[in-house]
Write a protein that binds this ligand. Structure first.
Ligand code: GDP
Length: 366
């Protein structure tokens, strides 16, 4: 029997390999006759800073690529875009499938663009997505109005890799979008807990979409996720569901009182709205602005962004150490044997890990 930790059923944070380069249907393109002109780092940066969305899209593809040569260019582009980034409001939006995330993002997005102007990018973190099969999150077809709006940029979740890898790519895409003049960034995610933590680690405001009328409102909501939320909104407050939504809101407010006060000093608000009919959308966005004003005044806004930058530095170190270890050919050869020895009880996990790590470090010295 497979132990739960190694069972596919619980493999929430690793994903299939995904497709990095889709097959080229037109063979002429492959021969290079009509091949797209390869851009230099400066071309990318210039295009992005000018707000050219085609170049932005190409740069994001580069960020998402696992091809080492693409990664080198991508990292240079990101570094050069950094001075132009940071000037935006980043909002994380989470909820179970069916909570109404895409309907709400479409409505809120259109409201924000028409009332406040600017440009909106919608990105996603979905560790279970595989590009070739289509991502559930950040899919243009799910946001009908925004997808045809000239001031919006919608990008599905990067595919392939660990949650950390997927999230890092989304975070780097935020930098590129900001450099391209997108001053509002939505990051959509779906809850298995850890993808929300990753989303929370790159946004200024974390919005949790909930539903009423599903029995005990607070059941199944991980305490940690509620604690992360800067705002909880109960969607589908329309028709016969209105009373249930207001009851759910009261329950959430009561529950929030039991949590310790957040570091931001802001008391998370609970609102009811209907993404489908557009009721209460203004209030939801006003809440986000009220929060941003509040934390900009008390200094928490900059503090949170600085803490996030620190977190991502350590995440990058961890990710690079892991990938250097697992991609080491000697280690890759030794791993299956070590694994079967551990499974057969001939070696303890600790000793097996130590021997592999020793071999790895010896190799680095030699
Ligand atoms: P997502 O999976 O979280 O992105 O959810 P969707 O936005 O795809 O919505 C799931 C379903 O709920 C769709 O059938 C929507 O039409 C419906 N829905 C979304 N928002 C509302 C709402 O405010 N009221 C009602 N009655 N239905 C809604």
């Amino acid at each position: 029997m497979i132990h739960p930790e190694n069972s596919d059923e619980y493999k929430g944070l690793t994903v299939n390999s995904g497709v990095e380069n889709t097959t080229i249907i037109n063979p002429y393109l492959q021969r290079g006759r009509f091949a797209r002109h390869r851009l230099s780092v400066n071309d990318y940066v210039e295009g992005i800073v000018r707000g050219n969305v085609t170049v932005l899209g190409q740069a994001v593809t580069l960020v998402e690529s696992t091809n080492p040569a693409h990664q080198v260019v991508a990292q240079e582009v990101i570094e050069k875009c950094l001075p132009y980034s940071g000037n935006s409001i980043r909002v994380g939006i989470s909820g179970v499938p069916g909570a109404g995330k895409s309907t709400s993002i479409d409505e809120i997005g259109i409201h924000v663009l028409s009332e406040h102007g600017g440009k909106l990018a919608v990105l996603a973190i979905d560790p279970s997505s595989e590009r070739s099969k289509g991502s559930i999150l950040g899919d243009k077809t799910r946001m009908e109005k925004l997808s045809v709006h000239p001031d919006s940029f919608i990008r599905p979740s990067p595919s392939a890799g660990s949650l950390g890898g997927v999230a890092r790519k989304t975070r780097e895409t935020i930098i590129l979008c900001e450099a391209a003049g997108f001053d509002k960034i939505f990051v959509e995610t779906v809850g298995v807990g850890q993808s929300e933590t990753a989303c929370h680690s790159m946004v200024d405001f974390f919005l949790l979409i909930q539903l009423a009328g599903t029995g005990d409102e607070l059941q199944g909501i991980k305490r940690g996720i509620m604690e992360m939320a800067d705002g909880i909104v109960i969607n589908k407050c329309d028709g016969s569901n209105v009373d249930a939504c207001h009851r759910a809101a009261t329950e959430f407010r009561n529950a929030l009182h039991l949590f310790p006060a957040p570091d931001s000093g802001w008391t998370p608000q609970v609102l009811c709205y209907s993404g489908f009919y557009g009721f209460g959308i203004k209030e939801v966005w006003d809440m986000v602005y009220a929060y941003i004003d509040f934390v900009k005044q008390n200094g928490y806004f900059d503090y949170r962004r600085a803490e996030q930058a620190k977190y991502w530095m350590y995440e990058s170190i961890n990710e690079q150490l892991r990938s250097s270890f697992y991609n080491n050919p000697t280690i890759a050869d030794l791993l299956p044997g070590a694994e079967s020895q551990v499974l057969g009880g001939q070696q303890t996990s600790f000793i097996a890990a130590k021997r592999l790590l020793d071999t790895y470090f010896q190799g680095l010295k030699g």
